[in-house]
Design a protein around this ligand. Structure first.
Ligand code: UDP
Ligand code: MG
Length: 315
């Protein structure tokens, strides 16, 4: 699969947001791995996604010593996915690996990814095998997310896949055609085709700093993921509507029967208030689902860039 026209053998793309304590350890471990696989030309591209700490300074200090360290500084925080896209758009390698800056994605797995690429695979993704170190809530929410997305999306995503993967140059070029807002690479990559293979690994604990994904951010990410890969939620309202219309029809028959053939006084306040609230809630959820898609159309129709660059040093 070696593409001789590419400038680099391998690019490592690392979206970075407030990771000042992880950059030097990350660099050292990456370097050790690179020595092991003995590549002539490689590059580490840190994409500084609007860090407010000294991440960029740490990166620049490394660059002063080693020009294989490169960086792109985004003009503000654009989010992990867009930072990743910025890195992929600027990587020059015949193969490109993306990974997190916090060392949860072990650099020691890189030789395995690289070997699979050498063996002819064009997408080598990783499958996280959770161990005790992952908080239970994160484990459950993540599992629920993959199950739900896979039920709804046309192209299934394997559980535990994250943005730690190797892409062949052909795949990186193909991704350039994807300029959609609300990028969700995890959902896009399985749908691309090409020769794909998954490698299991056990994630490590974060070396320093804390996760940027709060619960609400993860919920947001999950909604983005589901609504990016599928239009099926839009059909919910039809089925729920049909179901409740049927219930209402049957109950209506019953009410007519009671009014016409019995002398019972109907004391219906509780049932009326309960059903109004219930149906009202369902309607709001359905409007919300419509709203998500409408919002995406609105953002997409503006066709704004996914990221803006303040400064880049890539040679
Ligand atoms: N990240 C980023 N921009 C953001 C949030 C995160 O570039 O707005 C980077 C972060 O520095 C890390 C990676 O994306 O390298 C994954 O983030 P994090 O470790 O916080 O997520 P988690 O591993 O907890 O899901
Ligand atoms: Mg992390």
């Amino acid at each position: 699969m070696q593409n001789n026209s590419a400038l680099m053998d391998l690019s490592i793309v690392i979206p970075t947001c407030n990771e000042e304590g992880n950059i030097v350890p990350m660099y050292e471990r990456l370097l050790a791995v690179m020595n092991e696989i003995q590549l002539a030309k490689f590059e580490f591209i840190f994409v500084d996604d609007g860090s407010s700490d000294h991440s960029l300074i740490r990166i620049q200090e490394l660059r002063a010593k080693d020009s294989r360290v490169k960086f792109i500084q985004l003009s503000r925080n654009f989010g992990h996915q867009n930072a990743l896209k910025a890195g992929l758009d600027h990587a020059q390698g015949a193969a490109v690996i993306s990974m997190d800056a916090d060392l949860q994605h072990p650099p020691e797995l890189i030789p395995t990814l690289y070997d699979k690429w050498k063996a002819g695979f064009e997408v080598v993704y990783t499958i996280r095998k959770d161990d005790q170190k992952v908080p239970l809530l994160k484990k459950w929410t993540s599992r629920g997310f993959y199950r739900l997305t896979n039920k709804l999306a046309e192209i299934p995503m394997e559980e535990g896949t994250a943005d730690f993967r190797l892409l062949d140059r052909k795949v990186v070029d193909a991704l350039q055609k994807y300029t959609e807002s609300h990028l969700f690479l995890r959902g896009i990559i399985p749908s691309l085709g090409f020769k794909q293979i998954g490698i299991p690994y056990t994630p490590h604990a974060r070396v320093s700093g804390k996760t940027k994904y709060s619960f609400s951010k993860m919920l947001n990410f999950a909604l983005t993921g589901i609504t990016s890969s599928s239009a099926k939620p839009l059909y919910f309202s039809i089925y729920t509507g049909l179901f409740f219309a049927l219930l209402a029809f049957l109950y209506g028959l019953y009410a007519i029967y009671v009014a016409a053939f019995t002398s019972e006084a109907i004391t219906g306040w509780t049932s009326i208030i309960a059903s109004i609230l219930f149906i009202g809630g369902i309607q709001l959820i359905m409007i919300g689902i419509l709203g998500i898609y409408l919002g995406k159309l609105f953002i997409q129709s503006k066709n704004r860039p996914l990221y803006l660059i303040t400064e880049k040093e890539l040679d």
